[in-house]
Design a protein around this ligand. Sequence first.
Ligand SMILES: Cc1ncc(COP(=O)(O)O)c(C=O)c1O
Length: 453
Amino acid sequence: MATSAARLIALPPCDHVPRPYTGPSKQEVLALRRQYCHPSIFLYYRDPLMLVEGHLQYLFDETGRRYLDFFAGIATVACGHSHPRLVAQVQAQAATLQHATTIYLHPGVTLLARRIADKMPAGLEVTYFVNSGSEANDLAVLMARCYTGNNDVIAVRSGYHGGSSSAMALTSHHTWKFPAQSNLGVHHTVNPDPYRSPFDGTPEQIASQSAADIRDLIRYSTPGKVAAFIAEPIQGVGGITCGAPNYLAEAYDIVRAHGGLCIADEVQTGFGRTGEHFWGFQRSGVVPDIVTMAKGIGNGVPLAAVTTRREIAEALTQRIHFNTFGGNPVSMAAGLAVLDIIEEEGLQQNAREMGSRLRAGLQDLMARHRLVGDVRGMGLMLGVELVRDRATKEPASQETLAVWEAARELGLLIGKGGLDGNVLRIQPPLCINPADVDFALEVLDEAVGRVEG
Ligand SMILES: Cc1ncc(COP(=O)(O)O)c(C=O)c1O
C-alpha cells in the first residue's frame, strides 16, 4: 500500500456557518469515554472523529471542519441532519407533551400509523411502534411464532437484524454474534448475491437456486413447518448484497408453502432509500406479511415500527405486550415530519437520480481501479467491494480500511461492511445534490488510487 502527498479536493459550497464549539475538548471527551463508557461501544477511525454539528448532508467537527456525510449515521438520517422542519416539529411537541405511553389516547401514534398504512400494500395496515430495529425484529418474530404456532425461523447468511440476543440470533455474521444467544430454531440460508454465490449461472438462476436452499433447510433442519423467513431486501451491514428480484418472490412462495410468514426487514431499505420504490421489497413485486422498519423512519430520533395484517397482529393480544417508549409523542412528531419531508422534497426521486449518477461514477471507478471488484446496490444504498485479485476475489480488507481512512482525511465519511470488512458502504442522506456526488467520486478515486499506489 502506498500513500502519496495529500491532495485537497474542494467540498461543494455550503452557506451554513457552524456555531463556535465551546464544549469539552476532543481529548477530554475521549478520556471520559474511555473511563466511563462501556468498552464494547467502538469508535470509527484511527484518529476518532468528534462531531458537534450537522446541517443536512454536512457534518462539522469541533474545529469547524466540514465533512460530506455519505453514511448518514448508518443509513439513518434520511432527510438530512437537523432538518429545520423536523427540528421545529419535534421541539414543538417536546414543549407541549413529551411523554404519555399508549395507555392513553394521543393523536400522534394514530396519525403516524395511518400514514404508514397509506404507504403499504393493501392489508398491511396495523403498526406497533418501538424504539429500535432490534426490537422491531424481535417483535415480528414473536408475532410470527404466535400466529403460526411454529418456532423455526429462516434468515439469510450475511444478514444483520440487530444486537439484542434474539435479533443477534437472526444476524448471520460471526463478528456480530456472541456465544450467549437465547433464540433457538434460527437457520441461515444461502445468500443470493451473485458476486460470491456457491452457485453458477445468471443472477436469476443463482436467485432460484438460493431460494431452493430454503426448501432444503426446512426439510433437513426443522419439523417441516416454519414460523417465518426474514430478509433484508438489500443487506446493509452484509455489504450491500442482494439477489436478483426473483429471489424474494420464490423464497416467499417456498416459505408460505411450509406455513411460514415472510418478514421484510426494511430498516435500511425503507423510506425511499432505494430510489425506485418506497420499500425495498417492491423491487421483487412481493407483499410481505410483516414489515419492520427503523433508522430512516425517525431521521435519528429513536423510532422503529412493525407493520402487519390485523389477523397476525391479533396473535399478540393473547397476553399483555407493552413498550414504554413505543408511540412516544416526540418520536411520532419526528416520524410524521420525516414522511412530510420525503414527500414534499421529492427525496425518493432524488435518491433515484443521485443514485444513478453515483453508480455510473462508481462503475467508471471500477473500470480504472483493479482494487474495485464489484459495484452494486440501488438508489442511495450502494456498495463497492474491494478485492486483491478479481479472479480469486480475495477480500482486500486492509486496503478497504486504508481507502476509508483516506476518504475521511479528504472530507468524505463513508461506511464499511461485509463479512470480511472489504465493502465500502455508501448510504448518504437522501438530500444530496450533483456537486456532492461529484465530490464523493473524486475523493474515492483519489483514495483508491493512493492505496493502489
Ligand atoms: C437491516 C437492519 N435491521 C435491524 C437493525 C438493528 O437496528 P437497531 O440498531 O436500531 O437495533 C439494523 C441495524 O443496523 C439493520 O441494519
